[in-house]
Design a protein around this ligand. Structure first.
Ligand SMILES: [Zn+2]
Length: 415
């Protein structure tokens, strides 16, 4: 048995065993302008391992956070589904925890401020912490007070001094990015008011395993949590999970509510979910080895489906170019010979290449229809089937890569 040459990001033990090697991959969010296509891009190992001590699943290679998050292309306000999700979350958490007008809400990784705006609308004091200068500026312009820095113990001390303790600290979709994980946890512990709540949302590893959603693995995501591994991390810093649930967003997201120990009753749901995780084998390496086997089966099936389209003279484009699409394309060795381009609606992505795979990204509105689309954003499939019903009725097809490879045509409209 060989281990990664690293201390576990969660518990510090040196028993993190690799189970999935997705090859050397470029930073998946760094789209390449077409005029720079001749310049090779740096690539880094993308491998996942399992800690035999605390069960945390993690990747071993860290791209320094400064190079990844100082200029970030993902702006949350652009996705309507997410905006709605933030509104719903703000209303629900404010009601559940009885937040009032003088209470402070701090959002870690606040992006363009979309999530905090939902709290502002409810009359709360808000503060964002966002390391990417370009999106922090957008938040400030939108009237959301934002500190342009990384959240850690030092930042927490500054906030506590200048704004007072926080009744609610939120971190949606960023907790697995955090390189300074332990400093972040200490910071949260110190920033929270006596009865304050830390609400975290992270990709749920249980959902990833269930759906074989290996394309959630990319360099930005250093850790992949179960309730058990999250609890083990937080316990080291005197924090207690008192409520937990799994939300459908992003194809399975863990939401945990955390506080100072003994300050709030621990929901029976916590013990139930730990038991479910044990039954699903999420604390055992063999489960992740089986997951890896399924990933390579997906590769074989997907390549067969793409070669079949090519043999029949059908053109295949990718439908949108999400970050996770790059993981899949690069891990499976899919390039422009099999998928000629990707169509997008986000103007920032036009006339760029998908990293590694070097597939050009085109304006959806100005690009003719192919015979089939590779559905990289497979978690939005139902939405796309409705939106593209005319395409499907005219003989177009969607090639869906995950959770298992299938080709969807007009028959899906009946369902
Ligand atoms: Zn560990």
């Amino acid at each position: 048995m060989t281990f990664f040459d690293m201390a576990c990001r969660g518990c510090g033990a040196r028993r993190v065993e690799p189970f999935l090697d997705l090859g050397d991959q470029p930073h998946c969010n760094r789209l390449i302008p077409e005029r720079l296509a001749a310049i090779p891009e740096p690539k880094f190992p993308l491998r996942a391992g399992f800690c035999h001590d605390c069960t945390l699943v993690q990747i071993d290679h860290t791209i320094p956070k400064e190079s990844m998050f100082s200029d970030y292309p993902y702006v949350s306000g652009t996705t309507r589904t997410l905006t709605e999700h933030f509104k719903e979350t703000a209303a629900r958490l404010s009601a559940t925890f009885g937040l009032g007008p003088q209470d402070l809400v701090v959002d870690i990784g606040s992006n363009d401020g979309t999530a905090l705006k939902a709290y502002q609308a409810l009359g709360l004091r808000t503060l964002g912490v966002e390391p990417a200068a370009n999106v922090a500026t957008l938040a400030l312009e939108a009237g959301v007070e934002t500190l342009n820095r990384f959240f850690n113990e030092e930042t927490a001390a500054v906030i506590r001094r200048d704004y007072g303790p926080a009744k609610l600290v939120t971190a949606a979709g960023v907790f697995f990015h955090l390189e300074e994980l332990h400093s972040v946890c200490r910071g949260i512990q110190q920033l929270l008011a006596e009865d304050g709540v830390f609400s975290v949302q992270a990709i749920y590893l249980g959902g990833m395993v269930e759906k074989t959603a290996f394309d959630q693995i990319y360099h930005e995501h250093l850790c992949y949590y179960t309730l058990r591994s999250l609890q083990a991390l937080l316990a080291q810093h005197g924090l207690e999970v008192f409520e937990v649930s799994v939300k459908p967003i992003h194809g399975g997201s863990l939401e945990a509510h955390i506080g100072h120990p003994g300050k709030r009753p621990v929901s029976p749901r916590v013990a139930e979910m730990l038991a479910e995780e044990a039954r699903a084998g999420l604390g055992e390496l063999a489960t992740y080895q089986a997951f890896a086997d399924r990933v390579w089966r997906l590769r074989d099936d997907l390549l067969a489906a793409l070669h079949d389209q090519a043999a029949r003279g059908r053109r295949v484009f990718a439908y949108s170019a999400p970050a996770k699409g790059a993981t899949l394309l690069n891990a499976f060795g899919i390039g422009p010979d099999l998928v000629q381009c990707a169509v997008e609606r986000a103007p920032l992505k036009f006339d760029h290449l998908i990293p590694g795979a070097r597939i050009p990204i085109r304006d959806e509105a100005k690009t003719e229809r192919p015979d089939a689309y590779l559905m990289l954003a497979w978690n939005f499939l139902d939405e796309f089937i409705v939106k593209e019903r005319d395409f499907l009725r005219a003989g177009g097809e969607f090639i869906v890569p995950v959770p298992h490879v299938r080709v969807v045509g007009a028959e899906a409209l009946a369902a």
